[in-house]
Ligand binder design. Sequence first.
Ligand code: ADP
Ligand code: MG
Length: 330
Amino acid sequence: MFRGDGRARAVDFPAAPPWRRFTPAGPESRDPAAGPEGPGRRTALPYLIRPQHADVVNAALHLRRPLLVTGPAGTGKSSLARAIAYELQLGTLLRWPVNSRSTVRDALYQYDAIGRLRETTLHRDGGGDAGPGSRAEERPEPSIGTFIRLGPLGTALVPSSRPRALLVDEMDKGDVDLPNDLLTVFEEGVFDIPELTRLPEESADVEVQTADRHGTVLIRQGIVQCDEFPVVVITSNGERDFPPAFLRRCVQLYLPVPGEEQLRAIVAAHLGEAALREADDLIETFLRRRAPGELATDQLLNAVFLRVGGVDLDADGLLDAVLHQLTGSM
Ligand SMILES: Nc1ncnc2c1ncn2[C@@H]1O[C@H](COP(=O)(O)OP(=O)(O)O)[C@@H](O)[C@H]1O
Ligand SMILES: [Mg+2]
């Protein structure tokens, strides 16, 4: 496609790999629990899990405890959350990608104080301009709920007939205090929104936005209390150890790097048996290169995808570009 000759030309884009396809947001996207994956998300992808690992997942489901998934990069930690949400029909997976600035407060809800101030001022000014008895009365002042949006954690705790699924992704990237702050929320399954609890009782039932596209929920007296504990999957690459009090309250699952047989099954599940037949040498190279350092399963999938598409991977450096080590110097 790209030649680097500086000449503009029309090219046809070949089909994207299944794991890089996106579905556009259509009108059906208004229902948060509509699609198993929801709008804008990738469509259902195969996920292979060993029976003994599925047992651990089920233990967490039975105990209503968060599942803490650890293991090297690309072993399917994040995908596991998506697979659970899809298979158990828990609606769109709620995602909380953790970084060093993440706080539990922000994951619960965000209040746009500045936006509200601006809107209220505009509204009052607009009403004043037009003289007495004018627009201010026709158009009610925007509700405070318009400026409150529940985050992924807050949305997961909203009472509903089915528990929601929440992915707390790469929690080891977060601040040291994060696990302890989370502990309280996970133990009690409740949080309050002080901006709403402060309101006079008769006006304290407020509709706020949720983390779902177009989603709203009525919050009574500023308190959100779950009835079923959500299905929570926490992933960690092991960059940070978590405190014992936190670990004690999680069910732990270690996902090891997949062996050859498992890799073959994963390739076949994503790209078909025919692709697998073309991939013997790639799997062998992948296993050899993985031995000294880290390689993620999706790197093998990428290589097989290119091979099936007719790309000559033996060309200088191309295989290196796809199967490069994830750790160590560049
Ligand atoms: N057990 C598995 N079954 C199917 N696909 C897998 C599996 N493990 C990994 N993959 C594929 O590898 C890619 C990386 O998985 P991911 O869940 O992002 O890994 P991690 O979160 O552990 O880094 C995913 O796109 C997924 O398609
Ligand atoms: Mg991940």
